[in-house]
Design a protein around this ligand. Structure first.
Ligand SMILES: Cc1cc2nc3c(=O)[nH]c(=O)nc-3n(C[C@H](O)[C@H](O)[C@H](O)COP(=O)(O)O)c2cc1C
Length: 180
């Protein structure tokens, strides 16, 4: 058992199909994970065995106790174009976005895997939002090869292949204490 809490936020794109591997990899590295999906991610979660990891959807009701310990780190994988821009703009109108905005404000160590095709990534908000998140200290990871220095949009029709080649080991070590 571990006392290091990891929030895994997942958005509505094909890489959400690898969430079960993410929770397993997180546990192997000594994290206690909580899954926080957007509504659009839910269809990808339906058939996955998340090994009993809590899945938190929607806000708790006023007066309900907190459902999670404070996060020691946050992962967002995949990060859709929609959530990337909302997060960078400080839009907190859903539970996952509130978690992400609060993580940024608290400077909680956070890694994100932006996942969008060229046509969405061609929108000027893509580069602006990535710059905001990098400025705030978010580790931005390329979904193709784990590169921390540049992120490539996906070629159309490659989402499933990129997802199946993706390795959670590209992200999790960067969140260990003392890593840059
Ligand atoms: C099959 C399918 C694949 C999708 N793939 C992507 C994707 O790779 N990247 C992306 O940004 N949006 C993708 N979308 C669109 C998002 O799911 C949509 O923009 C949604 O509103 C995102 O919501 P969220 O950011 O709250 O998860 C896809 C949608 C579907 C149905």
């Amino acid at each position: 058992m571990t006392d290091r809490t990891l929030y895994i936020v997942t958005c509505g794109a094909p890489l959400a199909a690898r969430l079960c591997d993410g929770v397993r990899a997180a546990r192997e590295r000594g994290w206690n994970p909580y899954v926080i999906p957007t509504d659009a991610a839910l269809p990808w979660l339906a058939d996955q065995d998340l090994a009993g990891v809590p899945v938190l959807t929607g806000n708790r009701k006023p007066g309900e106790p907190k459902r999670t310990p404070k996060a020691d780190a946050v992962v967002v994988a995949p990060l859709t174009f929609n959530s990337l821009n909302a997060w960078a703009n400080g839009n907190a109108n859903t539970y996952p976005l509130t978690i992400l905005c609060a993580a940024l404000g608290a400077r909680t160590p956070t890694a994100a895997v932006p996942f969008a095709k060229h046509d969405l990534a061609g929108h000027p908000a893509w580069l602006a939002s990535l710059a905001v998140l990098r400025y705030a200290g978010v580790r931005i990871i390329d979904p193709h090869d784990g590169s921390p220095s540049s992120v490539r949009p996906l070629e159309s029709g490659t989402g499933d292949q990129v997802s199946s080649d993706f390795q959670w080991a590209w992200i999790l070590p960067s969140l260990d204490e003392g890593s840059d």
